[in-house]
Design a protein around this ligand. Structure first.
Ligand SMILES: Cc1cc2nc3c(=O)[nH]c(=O)nc-3n(C[C@H](O)[C@H](O)[C@H](O)COP(=O)(O)O)c2cc1C
Length: 336
């Protein structure tokens, strides 16, 4: 049996294999509500054999949306369709997870940020959050986590990457605050720690909590891997189970050396130096490449994004390639 198809248990949740569908915005919601597209899209990937499906960035507030097509959990009624989706995913042996997000200055609608600095020169200047605004963001994450639990999700991933609000607080390039939330490393990570703590007041201790970070801004004087390692150690001590290691997205002038598995070294460093579980993501397409990452101890889970858009049954095909015998959906057995 390959490592890719070995189960992994985190807290009370067992993933049947190490293949995770990476969160990907579908830009197909209306007013934050999920619809049949989401049911079929996520459902297909559960049927396709993934161990875990992390639902796309789901906005914790209306103003926190990246686009007007974002899913949301900022109204009680948003949960109804999401309940159908999680039930279907679980019926097919995958675990339903959800990424909770706030876009900050990269939002579609009314933009807020740690400081009044726009993402790109042509963008409108965002409003710098005051103390009350920060407290609202924190409590919006808590409420969304509560609704996610009710909707049947077994795992939350807090989106602290890709230049969205939490990442904007982490990076000195976007955070120029002079209060408790800016300046020193301790101050820049404060918002994330407070969100984690608040989410934990409603999210059961036996269910996994992940955080996605950008391990580096890929820009001079920005957030970097050394700070990411420190943050991961602190999150580990604060009950976070896994760091999902992505990168970039904070500034338009970033220089990313993109190539196969280009972010794997971040997952490896955080895993080794922060003693926390990590996931690797980014241009991982071949099952043998995924298996090698696990065999070398560079990560604990493998996230697949675009390859899973090309092939919703990626895990079924990956098992064949690696020579693993796995259970196919009964309805598809004639195709095995
Ligand atoms: C259509 C699309 C939407 C995405 N939406 C999200 C998202 O909602 N949250 C997130 O953290 N990353 C998002 N990403 C990034 C992916 O999760 C992933 O990190 C990235 O695509 C690199 O992995 P890949 O090379 O396997 O595609 C998105 C990527 C794509 C292609």
């Amino acid at each position: 049996m390959s490592l890719l198809f070995s189960p992994l248990k985190i807290k009370d949740i067992v993933f049947k294999n190490r293949i995770v569908i990476s969160p990907m915005c579908m830009y197909s919601a209306v007013d934050g509500y999920a619809n049949d597209w989401h049911l079929v899209h996520y459902g297909s990937r559960a049927v396709g054999g993934a161990g875990l499906i992390i639902q796309e960035a789901t906005a914790v507030s209306e103003e926190g949306r990246i686009s007007t097509g974002d899913l949301g959990l900022y109204r009680e009624e948003h949960s109804e369709m999401l309940q159908k989706i999680t039930a279907f995913i679980h019926q097919h042996g995958a675990v339903a997870g959800i990424q909770l997000a706030h876009a900050g200055r990269k939002g579609c609608c009314s933009t807020v940020a740690p400081s009044a600095i726009a993402f790109a020169p042509e963008d409108n200047e965002p409003l710098a959050l005051d103390e009350a605004g920060i407290q609202k963001v924190i409590s919006d994450f808590r409420t969304a986590a509560q609704r996610a639990l009710k909707a049947g999700y077994k795992l939350i991933e807090i989106h602290a990457a890709h230049g969205y609000l939490i990442h904007q607080f982490l990076s000195p390039l976007s955070n120029r605050r002079t209060d408790n939330y800016g300046g020193s490393f301790e101050n820049r990570i404060r918002l994330l720690l407070e969100i984690v703590k608040e989410v934990q007041t409603v999210w059961p201790g036996n269910l996994p909590l992940f955080v996605r970070i950008s391990a580096t801004d890929w820009a001079e004087d920005g957030w970097d891997v050394d700070e990411a390692v420190q943050l991961a150690s602190i999150l580990n001590r604060n009950g976070v189970d896994l760091i999902d290691c992505s990168s970039g997205g904070l500034v338009p002038y970033q220089k990313i050396p993109v190539g196969p598995g280009y972010q794997v070294p971040f997952a490896e460093r955080l895993r080794n130096e922060s003693q926390i579980l990590t996931s690797a993501v980014g241009l991982i397409t071949d099952a043998r490449q995924a298996e090698e990452i696990l065999q070398k101890g560079q990560a604990d889970l493998i996230l697949i994004a675009r390859e899973s858009l090309r092939d919703p049954y990626y895990p079924l095909h990956a098992a064949k390639l690696l020579g693993d015998e796995i259970v196919w959906p009964q309805q598809y057995l004639r195709g095995k």
